[in-house]
Structure formats: C-alpha cells, structure tokens
Design a protein around this ligand. Structure first.
Ligand code: GLA
Length: 707
C-alpha cells in the first residue's frame, strides 16, 4: 500500500503520493474527486513517474542525485558533497480555523542530516493555497543552499498557455500570452528592491487552451516576496508542466549553520475550471479576508500635492491646498516629497533624501502646523516618506557611508540620483523604523503614510554582512522586520506601498499595507489597461488611483477611471473651471455612495479593452441587490462604440433591477433614467447598452434591485 496525501479545498485537490522508494510525488492537480481513495489511479493516466529518473513529478525536486531536470532545492553538504535525496518521514494536518488548514510533510535525506518540511496552507472556500518549505540543517557543519524554492507544482494538460507581464516606469503590466513549449521559461527579477519594475511575480497558466473570462482551466500564481523572485515553468519530456517558484537563487547562495532553519517565503496560487473571472474573484476574496491590511475596511479619499506643486511649496501654499482638500470634499490631504532636509534641502530629487527633518525654509513651523491646519479644516493629514533610500548629497550619506549598498572601489551608479540603504544591517533597520516612528511620536495625528521606494540595487555589496551572497535575502528580511515593528506599534495606520511606477506590490508586502500605487502613469486611457491587468490579481480596494492632468481626456473621464479603486486627486483644485470643480465635488459624494461596491463587491470583467473599442466591468455586492458598472470608450475611430448591448454578470436572474446613469457632468442629461426595471436574467442574457461612442466616452451605471 502506498500512502496518498490529498490536499483538498472546496473545489480542487492536489494529491501527493509516497512512492515505494519513499519519494513523494504529485499524482494529481485539478478538480477534486468525490472519493479521495481514487487519486491513486490518476498517475497511470497521466504517465506520471514513468520517466528514467522516476522523479519528474517530485513534490520538491532535489538536485545532485538522480534528478535530470530543474531542481527546487540544491545544496552543498557540510562535507562538500553536492548530492541530495529526499524521502518521506511523516505528515500531519493542522486546522487553525474552520476555513484554514495546513498540511506539512517532513522529508529527510537518507544519508545526510538534512530535513525539509513542505507546507501547504489551504484556504478552503477561496480555493487558495500558500505553499512554502522549511529547510533544516542537522549536520555538524555549515551547509550551503544554492536553490531553495518555495514550491514545486506538477500539472498535466495537452498544452499550457502562460499569461505573464513585463513593464517599466509608466508602462506597468504590459502583457503577453504565449504557448509554453518544451524546455524552461523563466520569470524573474534581479533588481533587489522594487523588484518587479521589469517583471512582477504574478502570472497565470491556462491548461489545454487559453482560458477566457468565464471558461477554461486556469492557475494563478504569485511569489510572496518583496525582492528577487524566480519562477521556472518547465514543460518536461512527458509533456507535464513543472512549476518551481520562490526566491531567485541568483547571487544568493545561503549558508546555514548547524541547527539553523531556512523558511522560504510562500508561493500563492489558486485554480479554477471556470475561467479567469472566477479565479480572480477567489483570489480577491482571499486577499480581502486574509491578507491585505484592513481588506474589508474602508479607505481615505485624498488630495495629493505632488503634481500640483512638485518640490516647490511652502507653508502658505500647503495651507491653501489643505483648504482645497476641504473644498473638494475628500477625507485627507497628502503631503508628498520635498518637505525635509536642511543642509542639502530637498528641492529636487538630487539632494536631501535620508535627512528626515522638516525643511525650515519651507516649513518653519514643522509638520505639526500642517496637521493642525488639516484639523481646523476637518480633514486628515498624510505624509510621504522614502525611508529605504539616500541621496549621496545628504548628511546621512556623509555620516554613514557604510549604511549604503555599494561596491567598494567601484564608481557609484545611481537610480533617480539615489542609492539604497543596507537593510540587512540592524542599525539601518532602526534608522528606517525611526523615520516613521519619529514622525508619529511628534505628530500622533498623522493619519497616513505613502511609503515610496524608487531605486533598484546596483553594485550589490553590504559593508555589514560577512557573506555577500546573503544580501538580497537579508535586505528583504530586514524590510519585513521594520514593517513588523512598525505594525506592532501602529497596527491600524493606513499606508500606501509605492514605487515611481508600480514596481512594488506583492502579497507579502500587502500584509503591512492597505493599498498600493499602480503606476506613475495616470493617463486615464492607459490606466484602463493597467488597472485591468492588475485587477486579475489585486482587488480594487488596494488600487490607488489619482485624478491628475495626465492625458487629454476630460475631467469626467479621468475621475470615472480613478473611481475603480481608491479615489484620489492630484490636481490644482484652485485652477479648476467652476463646472469641473462642481463635477469633482459631486463625484466625491457619488463615490462615497458606491465605494462599498468597489471595495467589497465581486468584480466581473465584461468587455476587455484589448479585444474591443471599449472596456466594461462591474462590481456586485454579496446580496446581489446592488451593483455598479463602469464603461469606457477606448478608441477614437469614427463610428466606434457599443453597437450592441454588453451582457452583465453576477446578478440574480430572478431579481428586478433598475439601471441609472450616475456621475454626470453638470448640466448634462442622460437618456438612461433608471425608470425601467429589468430582470437579472434579461440583463445577463440580452445585456444593457451604455451607449458609448466617441462623444460619450465614459458612463457609470448604478444598478439597484427594485423591491
Ligand atoms: C515617485 C512616486 C510619485 C511621487 C514621487 C516623489 O515617483 O511614484 O507619486 O511621490 O516619487 O518624488
């Protein structure tokens, strides 16, 4: 008898089997069976395990023994030997709460005192699994880990279709969908900080054919690591797909002392046989319930001064903007970059970063004065920081050159005129924590932080670490230590995760943040695409969207697009035409009325702008009695628009709904009045035409059950 270990969620199963030789293999991944005892018959159907090595389907592929393909783990033992074999020791299931249980499987090398435990944390209702491993050195001397993946999956289909992303500043989430051919496709980053500037750690794989919104077998995956990650997707000689994901082993050999353990970050995945929409709704639900800080809470609408002033402001100007915040009707004023540093004032991005004292010229009465001003105007006050970074032109750099990541004896290479602080060093961790803690201690009423991070790591070298190959890993651990400490003292303070460009968002960081900055590109036409792609993985409550002067679209279009997330403004309110101002003020009120749907509702993507002249999507509440539908014209070609109705989704077929256009520009009338009641069945079968065309480019519809 062989042992089968089924790891099941509501709809899916991952079945592992302990083979005759005690090796643990993956025998099944997909829809769960009614009877778990039948998983044992699956391997024969998929030709699993009948390759030369016998371990192509390994649950955690070791390097250096009989393996012939990409490993999940590669080590050098204390005695210099480079072979590894892993055999089953035991397994157990631990249920932490009704919906969450963790299966752990202990493996051991039969010849060496090296132990690996594989963890599979299952969120049952959401069909989400977080998978990681713990590697323990029980040998007498140090061992070296060359590769130490979080997870190793094995999928079977006739063909595999990878949808992945690339980007750069202002070009986030550019996407490609390709058929995976034999061999390995690698998604990775080596940037160190803001690691996903070129490539994010999120992707999806369709089985048999590219999944659509509502059909097809699809796996969503994401590495929970705010640093260098790597995902190997290998179509093996048996035409099965091996997925190995975790920390990027690039320049990161990790030495483990006797009795020491290495816990990898988690690899997160969900699987659906009902297409991309179902997969993302499951992931969103998981993210809101279990991961994103205050995922089921609310968010502060705001006015930011970045694009309104850049570095050029003083106390009076800011006091005026605070009054404008009140006038606009949003919850908070957010003071951006440029408020600090004296010896080398922060008047441009060339100097001052690292010197977190108020600039006395600009803010003679300090932050405290601004917080008071905000209070007098009945709005909250938030502030920008970029605590991991330093300009060479700063007092911090002069005092602590050894706190900076740089190669001794080499010319410095800057990114946005700045360098990265060495967060592997506990003193630097204290400093970074202190930046935020000092602001809070002096100004307990500060209500929000925008935590920015603009530089990548060049010339990776730490003056603190003895082993340079630990730097990329210890940097991220140092960052998490700071964030843990911050959250221990300030558990509820909302905070935005930001990079000049959406180069920094992942599901490890979102434990500490309520939201993230998707892109510096706020041109609303571009945003429709960027937000669309992010929406597969991250729910709208975490998307920070600001109305700015980017792009040529009218204020209504810009605002409507920003409403599909957390709404903010970064415009000069005092220069708005009276009608534009009135529109924005009304829009803030309208947004308050629908934000519950956007933040907590289920997202249904209706018309993909990559395939149509327009985009359409909707959010539906759990009770299915309210929804909001956003529609945008994305082409300016003559005659383009919604020639036919768009089918709605997620409503109750038997309920009756009214459909009303909201967020109208002052003095315009809509033909969509909300007087007719349609059944959900009608709206989901025939649909509804928002009448988009080149003159009517943005339409928001509110859908309410008629009782
Ligand atoms: C980055 C951010 C911007 C702004 C600037 C300030 O580019 O993405 O929103 O905060 O930094 O320097």
């Amino acid at each position: 008898m062989t042992t089968v270990i089924p790891i099941e969620s509501q709809n899916n199963a991952l079945a592992l089997q302990v083979g005759k030789d005690q090796r643990v293999g993956i025998i099944y991944f997909g829809t769960k069976l009614n009877n778990a005892s039948e998983y044992q018959h699956a391997p024969g159907m998929y030709h699993r395990g009948d390759d030369y090595s016998g371990i192509l389907n390994s649950a955690y592929t070791p390097a250096g023994s009989r393996n012939l393909v990409e490993p999940a783990i590669q080590v050098t033992h204390a005695n210099g030997n480079t072979s590894l074999d892993l055999q089953y020791v035991s397994h157990q299931v631990q249920t932490t709460e009704n919906n969450v249980s963790t299966t752990s499987i202990k493996l051991k090398d039969p010849k060496y005192a090296l132990e690996v435990t594989l963890y599979y944390k299952v969120y049952r209702n959401e069909d989400v699994i977080e998978q990681w491993s713990v590697i323990k050195n029980n040998e007498k001397g140090n061992i070296t880990l060359h590769k130490y993946a979080s997870a190793n999956l094995y999928l079977s289909a006739d063909s595999y279709w990878l949808k992945h992303y690339h980007g750069d500043w202002a070009k986030e989430m550019q996407t490609e969908e390709v058929r995976l051919t034999s061999g390995i496709k690698v998604l990775d980053t080596k940037l160190g900080t803001r690691a996903n500037l070129y490539q994010p750690p999120t992707f999806m794989v369709s089985l048999d054919k590219p999944a659509t919104e509502d059909e097809g077998r699809i796996l969503y995956g994401s590495v929970e690591w705010t640093g260098n990650f790597r995902v190997d997707l290998e179509v093996d000689p048996l035409n099965n797909l091996r997925v190995i994901a975790g920390i990027n082993p690039f320049a990161s050999d990790y030495s483990l002392a006797p009795k020491q353990e290495f816990t990898t970050p988690a690899f997160l995945y969900t699987y659906s046989e009902k297409g991309k929409g179902d997969a993302s709704r499951k992931l969103h639900r998981w993210a809101r319930n279990y991961r994103i800080m205050q995922g089921n809470g609310s968010r502060l609408t705001l006015l930011n001064n970045w694009e309104a002033t850049f570095f050029d402001f003083n106390e009076n100007k800011l006091a005026e903007l605070i009054r404008d915040t009140k006038k606009l009707g949003v919850d908070m004023f957010l003071l951006d970059d440029g408020w600090f540093a004296n010896k080398y004032p922060r008047n441009s991005d060339k100097a001052g970063l690292g010197d977190w004292q108020e600039n006395v010229q600009k803010l003679p009465h300090g932050i405290g004065y601004l917080v008071k001003e905000a209070q007098n105007n009945d709005v909250k006050f938030g502030i920008w920081v970029e605590p991991e970074m330093v300009n060479p032109k700063s007092e911090l750099y002069e005092k602590h050159p050894d706190w900076v990541i740089r190669q001794p004896g080499r010319e410095e290479h800057l990114y946005r005129n700045q360098l990265v602080l060495d967060l592997s060093n506990p003193k630097v961790q204290d400093f970074v924590y202190g930046v935020l803690d000092n602001i809070m201690t002096k100004n307990p009423n500060v209500a929000f932080f925008k935590w920015d991070c603009n530089a990548v790591i060049y010339n990776a070298h730490s003056a603190y670490l003895k082993k340079q190959s630990h730097l990329y890993v210890e940097y991220v651990r140092g960052l998490y230590k700071v964030l843990e400490r911050f959250r221990a003292k300030y558990p509820n303070l909302p905070m935005m995760l930001c990079s000049g460009g959406g180069g920094r968002v992942d599901y490890a960081a979102l434990k500490y943040f309520t939201e993230f900055w998707l892109s510096d590109n706020t041109d609303p036409l571009e945003r429709i695409f960027i937000q669309w792609e992010y929406s597969y993985f991250f729910p709208a409550i975490s998307h920070d969207n600001h109305v700015t002067d980017w792009g040529k679209q009218p204020i209504k279009f810009r605002t409507d697009v920003a409403m599909m997330g957390k709404l903010g403004f970064d415009i000069v309110v005092s220069q708005l035409e009276p009608k534009d101002l009135k529109f924005c003020q009304d829009a803030v009120i309208t947004y308050k009325g629908i934000s519950d749907l956007v933040w907590h509702g289920d997202l249904f993507r209706l018309a993909n702008p990559q395939e149509n002249d327009y985009a359409s999507l909707m959010y539906v509440n759990e009770a299915q009695n309210r929804a909001v539908m956003f529609n945008y014209q994305t082409s300016s070609r003559y005659g383009s628009g919604t020639l036919s109705p768009i089918k709605l989704k997620g409503l109750h077929p038997d309920k009756k709904y009214t459909v009303k256009e909201i967020n109208l520009y002052p003095d315009t009338k809509s033909t969509i009045t909300g007087t007719t009641a349609y059944s959900g069945n009608y709206l989901m079968t025939i649909g509804f035409n928002p009448n988009l065309n080149t003159k009517r480019t943005s339409v928001i519809l509110e859908i309410n059950e008629q009782k």
